[in-house]
Write a protein that binds this ligand. Structure first.
Ligand code: F6P
Length: 234
């Protein structure tokens, strides 16, 4: 893992944009994207750049079960607001959280990922070390699957909802095995609340109890962290 420590999110987002630009210049055409607060400044940087995505494809990590793409809390809506409305792509894939048959949906999403190998995957990290919505205890072997969200994730994500009770209890998420197939991964983390998870991911043992630790087994991972998120590193 290559670890880049930056002063703040803005500096980190600019480094992320530089890496993205280099990959695009080298022919990258499929990008794995994440939601949450972490990539927002990175998406702003993309919007303000002259990069053209009209022949590129995006594949997002996850979506809440039960939310339609028009629902303001859905990840489809988030991506439209934060990136896609300003930077049109050839195609944007996210799981369909409203699919009547979720088993069919996870298989269909695996087929989408297989048909569009991801050149560059963007990741955030949960306070409990999750990547995508792969919660602690998730097997490293799974591909797309339906996840029961942990209470800590529901609580952390409740800041986007009127009440904690409104947070969906399940999500469809790309699995760890799918994430590891990406050629290059950039994981970003900002703030003290991510420091423990970042330390475990980089310096701890590789364990399903901290899903992001699996990234130690991938040979092209760039971690961009601010000083607060890096504060517990040796
Ligand atoms: O970026 P945030 O909002 O801290 O969330 C961290 C992680 O949690 C998720 O939003 C899922 O809960 C991921 O997509 C994200 O990487």
């Amino acid at each position: 893992m290559k670890v880049i420590t930056v002063k703040n999110q803005l500096e980190g987002a600019k480094i992320g944009l530089d890496i993205l630009s280099e990959k695009m210049a080298a022919g990258a055409k499929t990008f794995g994207l994440a939601t949450g607060s972490t990539p927002v400044e990175f998406y702003n940087q993309i919007i303000n750049s002259d990069l053209d995505f009209t022949d590129k494809t995006s594949i997002n990590l996850d979506e809440y079960v039960g939310l339609d793409g028009s629902d303001e809390q859905s990840y489809r809506y988030f991506m439209s607001q934060h990136l896609f409305n300003e930077k049109p792509f050839k195609a944007n894939f996210l799981p369909n959280g409203k699919a009547a048959d979720l088993d069919k949906e996870v298989k269909a999403y695996d087929e989408i990922i297989d048909a569009h190998p991801i050149d560059l995957q963007i990741l955030g990290i949960g306070q409990n070390g999750h990547i995508g919505f792969n919660e602690p205890g998730t097997s490293f072997d799974v591909t797309t699957h339906v996840v029961d969200l942990t209470q800590s994730t529901i609580k952390a994500n409740s800041r986007y909802f009127a009440n904690e009770a409104d947070v969906p209890k399940q999500a469809v998420s790309m699995g760890i095995a799918s994430i590891l197939k990406s050629k290059t991964l950039i994981l970003m983390a900002w703030g003290h609340e991510k420091a423990e998870a970042v330390k475990g991911m980089i310096e701890g043992e590789v364990t399903e109890s901290l899903p992001a630790s699996v990234l130690q087994q991938h040979d092209d991972v760039i971690v961009i962290v601010d000083e607060a998120a890096a504060s517990l590193l040796n």
